[in-house]
Design a protein around this ligand. Sequence first.
Ligand SMILES: NC(=O)c1ccc[n+]([C@@H]2O[C@H](COP(=O)([O-])OP(=O)(O)OC[C@H]3O[C@@H](n4cnc5c(N)ncnc54)[C@H](O)[C@@H]3O)[C@@H](O)[C@H]2O)c1
Length: 285
Amino acid sequence: MSELDTVAVLGTGTMGAGIATAVARSGRQVLLVDTAPDRALAGRRSVADTLATGVRRGNLTAAERDETLDRVRPVSSLPEIADAAVVIEAVPEDLEVKAEVLKRVEQVCSSEVVLHTNTSTLSVTAIAGRLHRPDRLIGTHYCNPADRMRLVEVAPARQSDPAVVQQTVEFVRHLGKDPVVLKDTPGLLTNYLLVPFENDCVRALEAGWATAEEIDLAVTAGAGFPMGVFRLLDLVGLDVHRAVSMSLYDQFHDQRFAPPPLVARMVAAGELGRKSGTGFYRYED
Ligand SMILES: NC(=O)c1ccc[n+]([C@@H]2O[C@H](COP(=O)([O-])OP(=O)(O)OC[C@H]3O[C@@H](n4cnc5c(N)ncnc54)[C@H](O)[C@@H]3O)[C@@H](O)[C@H]2O)c1
């Protein structure tokens, strides 16, 4: 793929907006698609907010912010992404939803388009199996916040064309990120290792061992993590964490992955974390 090629991002929530920011920062044109035009617009606003924060922190200039944002265009219908060379899917963690949206992409894009799925836990091979061109799909799992975290787990489906794998590794490097090619396994490495730990922290909170602040202090000041687990879960979104935990539990039948009841209750109450203003912490902005 050339640097002039356009990238489309499907689903402009937490991850889609972060990935779009990273891709636009690398110099490529980005098209944003969501379920409705106002959601794609909201995705662009998230990109703008992230870039504004970057300027405040001295990571980019105001001119770079404006140039980057100019490369990000929300579109209102799928046929508008017909010329994209790469389509990155960041829609909810549900096999049916992901397969359905990717099948629609196949209908509008060229047969040479490369499809990336940002699934956290689903089988890339199973998603590929639902497509007309399974060899064009690959998993690219970004870490949150996607504009800043360097690791991208690259998970080829069993059907992925080796040329697609190579091209994807180069694509990720061009973003300034570090690709690690892994087998298509549930949760890859990051979620396989992290989700049981996150659930243990929630169980400790549920059991009343300590407050969220105290557990986060233990995790950061004691274990040296850059961010507390409850801060991270609020960033990830409790709904997303629940879906990810359930999917891993369904595949491994291992209790460590089962989301603790508190997570389901918080989701039912709309306490999703940063995106809803309340999670384990409260957020004013
Ligand atoms: N949140 C995280 O920390 C994180 C990290 C890595 C990977 N992931 C994975 O990324 C994916 C997205 O997660 P998220 O946290 O960004 O979710 P999110 O809920 O913040 O965003 C999902 C977006 O997809 C949109 N959407 C739903 N159906 C769609 C469709 N058919 N077409 C286009 N858009 C559609 C929604 O309107 C929403 O804007 C999931 O598979 C998740 O497991 C999440």
